[in-house]
Structure formats: C-alpha cells, structure tokens
Design a protein around this ligand. Sequence first.
Ligand code: GLU
Length: 504
Amino acid sequence: MRTRYAPSPTGEPHVGNIRTALFAWLYARHTGGVFILRVEDTDLARIAPGALEAIQESLRWLGLDWDEGPEVGGPHAPYIQSERTRLGVYQEYSQRLLDSGWAYQCYCPPERLDEVRREQQRQKLPPMYDRHCRDPRQREAMGQQHPGAGPVVRFAVPQEGHTAFTDLVRDEITVANATLDDFVLLKSDGFPTYHLSNVVDDRLMEITHVIRGDEWLPSTPRHILLYRALGWDAHMPAFVHLPLILGPDRAKLSKRHGATSVTDYQRLGYLPEALVNFLALLGWSLDDKTELMTREDLVQHFSLERIGKTAAVFNKDKLDWMNGVYIRGLGQEELAERLLPFLERRPELVEGRPKAEPARQGEGGLPDTIARPIDRGYLHAIVPLIQERLKLLSEAPGLVDFFFQQELTYEDKALNALKSPEATRALEAALARLELQSDFSHEALEALLRPMAEELGLKTGVFFGLLRAAVTGRTVSPPLFETMAVLGRTRCLARVKRALGLVR
Ligand code: GLU
C-alpha cells in the first residue's frame, strides 16, 4: 500500500486538510505501507511563503512521519512539483497525450474565454470551454490571430458515453462525459494544472490509494479519463473520498468557527495526541461509542470500511474535553515539560494568536510577569496543583504566574480583601505563627492555621481568603495549603509581610 498527502502550500495548514494527512498516514501505518508527502505547488500565484514549512512542522508536531518526500527523499524524488516541472516530467506526458490525439493546443485568449462564459451565464448554462480549438482548422486560425499568446494544452474529453468509478467510501459514481469540460493540462507558462501533475505523480509514485477530501470528488472522473488516455488502466489507484468537515452550525468549517490551522491549535495549548485522536474521529469510528484512542490504537484499528459517508461535525467542546483527559493522563514531569514553552513564552507560541479566539484566562490577557528562567524542580511541584483542572496548556501561565512572580501582583478583588478591617489583625497573627513554624508541609500548615480562624473570631472562608490574597494575590487559586507548601516558607513569610505593609 502506498498513500500520499499532497498539500498545496497556499496558507496555514487547515485542520480539515491535516485530517486527510492523518487518514492517509493511518492507512499506511495500519497496512505496513508507505506514506508519501508530495507538494503540489504548481499554481504559482497561490503559493504562500512559509506555508510548506508550516505544513511540515504541523505533520511533525502531530507525529505524522513521511517515508518519502521533502527532506527524507526517496526513489521518486523530487517530491515537490515545481521542481519536477523544471525537470520536464509533466511536459513529457502532455506531449504524449498530444501525440495520441487525447489532447490539443488551445490558443483562445482570455477575452474570448470570458466572452464564452458570459454568454453561457446569460443562457443559464454551466460554464465550460466551448471546444473551439478542438477543431484543427479553427485552432490554426486562432493561432494565427494570436501569435504572441503561448497555447495551453487541453484534454480532449470524449463527448459521448459515461465515466464510472468506484469510490471506496461513496461506492459507484457515474458521470456523463458531456458534462466535463475540456480541462487544461498544461498552462501557457509550461506548468501543469492540478489534474495533470496529480495523476502523473500518483502513477509515477505508484500510489495505490488516493485518500483525499470530498471536494476532489468532481475531479476524479477527469483523472480516470487521464489514466485511461495514458494507458494506465491497469494501475488505477483506489479512490477514497473523506466526508466534509462542518462547523456546529452545519456550514463548512472555516475561520468563522474559530481556530482552523494546526499551528493555532498548538499555540492554544492542545496536545498533539489529543488532536490526533479527535481528528481521527472526524469521519471515522471504531464503533458507536469509543472516543479515546491512542495513536497506537488508531494504527491498529484503522480501516477504510469504517469511514463515514456523511459530513462530520467539528465539536470543539469535545476536543477541549479530550485535551483535558490527555492532560490528566500525562505524568507530572511530562506535563511540566509540555508547560515549559508556554511559561517561557516561546515566540512560536505567543505570536499571532488568532483574533477569532477570545483571550483565555492567562493567555495574552494578563501582563506577563513570570520571572525566568523557570526552575524545573519548582515547576514539577506546582504541576499536581493544576493538572486536574487544566484544559489547555496555554491556561497554565494564568493559573500559576503568582508562583513565579518576584514582585507579587494583586488582583483588585484580592487587594480589596486585604484592605478589609480584619485583615491586619488576622495577617499579623498568622505571621507570628508562621514565623515559628518550620514544617511547611500542607498538613502541618493546615493543622496550624485552621484553628486560628475561630481564635480570631473569623469565618474560616474569610480567614483563608485573606491568607490566599496575601500569598497569591488572588481570590481564586489552587488549594491554599498545598499552594503555600509549594511556595515554601521564605516566599510565604515575605508575601505576608508585604501584604501587611500594603494594608497597615
Ligand atoms: N493539492 C491538492 C490539495 O491541495 C491535492 C488533492 C488530492 O489529494 O488529490 O488538497
């Protein structure tokens, strides 16, 4: 089995597109086959700088390794179509089709094509090339009229009959040839169109399974015709068109629904293993109930038979839930390592947060006051305090920044609590006890401080709230005594003193 992912580097790697990569990768890994990355960049006007790097980065981040392709090479190198064009790969097949009468040169200038299209619109006909240059006499005349314009090469679609093929997901599909345009194979700049380069490369790279999104289904009859015209019937790959991905409002998934690029998900603090699990279930399922599947589970159980026909809905709440599950499943040290880049605000994670996504607590919304470098041992001790309630890695800075602040910042509500009449008395009493206390385990702290509320005539909630405000600057934090234990004696004493200085 040989599958490929054939992205066009035209922008940020869209999750829907990466889902295609995942399915092709899963099928290759499941069958012990080969997964190829091929770059379809022959539409020069649409190529975006940096897009290829972003695609490769996303695949690497998700752990979708390719056996042949850019960087790793392979027996069919190069795997970048613009490079293959320069080597004359596609021109050769275009010439073959011209020689065998399956293709013809077309000299029609753009103005004429526009005119034809406008006329078809007026008559409410589907837009398609009127095959003017298919007639050799008209072609010659057109060539003489427009000597400067380099011709394009068009495929001569049979005007009668039907083209049928079996899609492994959609079953039998039949299209009347008369509905197919004499599509362009080679543009006047010598670059191939998607149809030509895609088919030629699928054949040359010996692809056995073309796995791609539903939007390519209308192209497939054209590809079948090309295979036949090139005499490649016997090597026709199997076609697998994956169902569309919709937003919750059942419209095609787009920016409007929030983050759509894999890079955004990485920045927002999703784990690659959660995203892989989630994407695998967009259009595929093991059964009617299994949601959580590791990469190994997926490789073991993936099958083309269980790819659905109906569109899949991108349910972000489910992704968030899954991400929380995977975060809770990480070992504490592992989670600490994953949090580190967020706490260190590595540039790739903070720049360019998508505007569509509202700022989350601690993510861009709060000033960055974390002192660096981050002490790993200290971070390991903090992790258990937040692991249970973390949904996104990017929430961590907002939850733990007070641990790392050299100069504690106070939320307004915490400051107000500290300015309440009972604060000074309570904090002075607490400070006196804490100064005599050397055991700062959370059990010892609780045993010491819990009874004090009653002695001071305060509700426990009020007293603890004051302590929390003093040592964290917050009204909400991880459990108070655990937090104090991790902060440690020196920090706690300094912070209580500072709070007293603020309110006295
Ligand atoms: N270059 C096409 C894309 O951008 C590939 C489609 C296919 O897999 O045939 O998705």
